[in-house]
Design a protein around this ligand. Structure first.
Ligand code: PEP
Ligand code: MN
Length: 354
């Protein structure tokens, strides 16, 4: 088993391989837990195996985790695969049970980080214990609450402390389950430069399609690792089925990401600017999506009134207006004309498709 301290300065940061935390959203059965762990260990012997034992669910009656039995399965994972293990704790009793079962890393979930009483209870239960702890961002984008939770654990004497970025709930999160709000992350990095940050693309995305995109952004920002939900048969998962990868998909993802050592020291300005670019690109795409929706609505309207789809005078008016604005902003007219021509062509196509 890898015995380096998981979140120590020597194990994270410049020159180090980003951490990989992988495993199912929930431990469901012994064979599902061990089967997933063995498949992960075959490719990633240094990974940390995650599995939720106590699941915070929105609706009562949903699968709420197997409880302490699952800790026995995690012990078996350690023995049989050599992987280190991690699970979520939400109160002092969870902490006690995990310590009894030699869990290697604990994380505090997004729904717990929002509650300072719960975070303090966990911090008190961990006083004097030498174990790495990761704190997920609170459900909503309150940076002070996230930093406050890190401080509570730090004051309780936890030396190996890190953060997990799992996205934020807000009115509009499309196309994500939880909006990444990269600028919040850059702010956390600026305010707490010594805290390693792991990105959790699974809970940001809510599906598997965008996981490569989010993972790459996270690594481009110089984050210290990824937590990726991985299940031996995702379709049968009792929680978060839509967002879990198979171990083979995990291997493919990591090989495409080239999860390589970070060679240059963190460049704060570059990371800051890249965060802004990522955020702006996301906004651009979101606006294009909105614009196409409006085009479609116009298309339906034209169809009902039997109006022609392309009305050249309207197009000239749109382009003329944008070129004036572009000029005032100092943007090259050729560039703006080219972009608007493409957007207009696509709008016409969308209207034709109806
Ligand atoms: C989880 O990791 O399975 C989980 C419940 O995540 P979060 O706290 O980010 O919702
Ligand atoms: Mn989950």
């Amino acid at each position: 088993m890898n015995t380096t301290k998981i979140l120590s300065a020597e194990n994270t940061g410049a020159g180090k391989q980003p951490l990989l935390i992988a495993g199912p959203c929930s431990a469901e059965t012994r064979s599902q837990t061990l089967g997933t762990a063995q498949a992960i260990a075959a490719h990633f012997p240094d990974a940390i195996f995650r599995a939720g034992i106590w699941k915070p669910r929105t609706q009562p009656g949903s699968f709420e985790g197997v409880g302490v039995t699952g800790l026995e399965w995690l012990r078996a994972v350690k023995l049989k695969t050599g992987l280190r293990t991690a699970t979520e704790v939400a109160n002092a009793a969870h902490v006690e049970a995990c310590l009894e079962h030699q869990i290697d890393l604990l994380w505090i979930g997004a729904r717990t980080t929002v509650n300072p009483f719960s975070v303090q209870e966990i911090a008190d239960a961990l006083r004097g214990v030498d174990i790495p702890v990761l704190i997920k961002n609170p459900v909503h984008a309150d940076l002070a609450l996230w930093i406050g939770a890190l401080e509570r654990l730090s004051r309780a004497g936890i030396k190996e402390l890190g953060a997990i970025h799992r996205g934020f709930h807000q009115a509009d999160t499309q196309p994500f389950r939880n909006a990444p709000l990269w600028e919040k992350l850059v702010e956390l990095r600026t305010r707490c430069p010594e805290i390693p940050v792991i990105c959790d693309p699974s809970h940001i995305c809510g599906n598997t399609a965008l996981i490569p995109y989010v993972s790459k952004h996270a690594l481009d920002l110089g984050l210290d690792g990824l937590m990726i939900e991985t299940h031996i048969v995702p379709q049968q998962a009792l929680s978060d089925a839509a967002q879990q990868l198979t171990p083979a998909e995990l291997q493919m993802l990591v090989s495409q990401l080239r999860l390589r050592s970070k060679t240059s020291p963190a460049d704060d300005l570059l990371q800051n600017l890249r965060g802004k670019i990522n955020r702006t690109d996301e906004q651009l795409l979101r606006l294009l999506f909105e614009r196409m929706k409006i085009s479609k609505a116009i298309g339906n309207h034209k169809q009902q009134r039997n109006l022609a789809i392309v009305q050249p005078s309207r197009w000239e008016e749109v382009l003329g207006q944008q070129l004036q604005l572009a000029d005032a902003l100092g943007l090259k007219p050729d560039f703006v004309k080219e972009i608007y021509t493409l957007i207009h062509e696509q709008s016409v196509k969308e209207q034709m498709d109806d």
